[in-house]
Design a protein around this ligand. Structure first.
Ligand SMILES: Cc1cc2nc3c(=O)[nH]c(=O)nc-3n(C[C@H](O)[C@H](O)[C@H](O)COP(=O)(O)OP(=O)(O)OC[C@H]3O[C@@H](n4cnc5c(N)ncnc54)[C@H](O)[C@@H]3O)c2cc1C
Length: 398
């Protein structure tokens, strides 16, 4: 940057996508300002599975972030998908996966991940309790709820699934649509439960368990439903989990019994079925859930936000002009994330199939694939995990 003015980025939103973008841009010499509307960083949700592709992306940012994540995370061992009686439909071999993808699958507490990313940001880069209310894509102006207007060479809209920037940039484009799916999340102290890594596909939907650090277990579930929750209302979610999954094999009934009902998070799933025409307009780039909200079934929403962030920083720094870099960013990210949105929802339909015949066919296919060994199952995941953007490999972006 010697001899040239330092470039400035204004980032809207301090979720995983916004914080990663801030670190990636700061690592490339940008002056960064992150605006977060909430008065403190309190991510929604308990835990996050972080796949090897996201860790490879983070390797491109200086500061040893992946080692720091590993220090906070629970390494996942062998797991897979079981049927309602607990028999394996598909198994993962963690050693084979590690060899294939170069990084392990890990589960990390959301709050710890966000806290760690925040701690790596230079002092003064984050303004809490400050909402962006308008964006000018032509001149990079961001109006704040304080009335101030900040100006950046680049604006990053990382304002999540209910983004206000998205409809301003793409007026009339359909917002993320209800996918006919609902998800639950909880954590329990897992002493005596044993190690159950993976998910169970049953008539009630999908029920999953992943070990966390310090003997805790992350519990998640998903089901196909006809309508989203009534406005403002969670019902008795523990009773609903018991009704759907309480008849499954041990230890699932015990796991559900241990959940503190008041701590269960229920989220109706909305997905960006109609992809945006572009991931940039003028000086504004859009990333993460704001750009491509997806079903949680591939465990890729945050991982893709991380890929976006690292790719964006690489493109706008290496293309010569910010405008050229933004075109490269869209070209690199739009096709891949659109595929993730489609495949996540397709996987959700399989995992939560309501028709018994569909479930029987699905289970038969999975078992047949399982006979081909762990590498065959893993190959299905290659399109997700074997990501190597130029931001990582160092070759030109387009
Ligand atoms: C049940 C469930 C399980 C999941 N599990 C996984 C998983 O295992 N692995 C995985 O990779 N992904 C998972 N995901 C997806 C993941 O949670 C999201 O994709 C990810 O958190 C999106 O990050 P983001 O930074 O784009 O958005 P967000 O995390 O939503 O952050 C947006 C931020 O912007 C702020 N903001 C909004 N508007 C403004 C404004 N006007 N001004 C200033 N700030 C603003 C918000 O307050 C928020 O802090 C899961 C999702 C669900 C629902």
């Amino acid at each position: 940057m010697t001899g040239t003015a330092q470039q400035r980025a204004i980032i809207i939103g301090a979720g995983i996508g916004g914080l990663t973008a801030a670190l990636a841009l700061a690592g490339k010499g940008w002056d960064v300002q992150v605006m977060e509307r909430t008065p403190e960083l309190k991510p929604v949700g308990y835990a996050l599975a972080m796949a090897p592709n996201a860790q490879r992306a983070l390797d491109a940012i200086p500061g040893g972030i992946v080692a720091k994540i590993h220090a906070l995370a629970a390494l996942q061992g062998d797991g897979g998908i079981r049927n309602a009686r607990g028999a394996w439909l598909s198994r993962n071999d963690s050693a084979v996966a590690l060899e294939r993808y170069g990084h392990p699958f890990v589960v990390v507490r959301r709050a710890e991940l966000v806290g760690m990313l925040h701690s790596l940001l230079p002092q003064g880069y984050l303004r809490l309790g400050t909402a962006a209310t308008a964006v000018n894509a032509d001149d990079g102006g961001v109006t704040l709820d304080t009335g101030e207007v900040l100006r950046g060479d680049l604006v990053v809209a990382a304002d999540g699934i209910h983004s206000r920037t998205r409809p301003a940039l793409f007026p009339g484009h359909p917002a993320p649509a209800f996918a006919g799916l609902t998800a639950w999340q909880a954590v329990i102290a897992a002493d005596g439960v044993g190690t159950y890594i993976g998910t169970t596909w049953s008539s009630g939907g999908e029920f999953g368990m992943l070990p966390m650090t310090d003997g805790w277990l992350y519990v998640f579930a998903e089901a196909a439903v006809d309508a989203p929750m009534l406005r403002g209302g969670h019902g008795d979610e523990k009773a609903e989990l018991t009704r759907r999954f309480g008849h499954l094999y041990a230890p699932i009934p015990d796991v559900i019994a241990r959940i503190d009902g008041s701590s269960i998070l229920r989220t109706d799933i909305h997905t960006m079925r109609v992809p945006l025409p572009s991931f940039h307009v003028g000086k504004v780039a859009i990333l993460g859930d704001a750009a491509h909200a997806m079903a949680p079934n591939l465990g890729q929403g945050a991982c893709q936000a991380i890929e976006d962030a690292v790719t964006l920083a690489y493109c706008v720094t290496s293309a010569g002009t910010v405008g050229g870099g933004l075109a490269d960013y869209t070209a690199a990210r739009l096709p891949r994330t659109s595929l993730m949105v489609r495949r996540s929802e397709a996987l959700a339909r399989l995992a939560t199939a309501r028709h018994p015949l569909a479930r029987a066919l699905r289970n038969g296919l999975l078992r047949a694939m399982g006979l081909l060994g762990p590498s065959a199952a893993l190959r299905q995941a290659d399109f997700v995990m074997r990501w190597d953007h130029p931001a990582v490999s160092g070759t030109p972006a387009s």
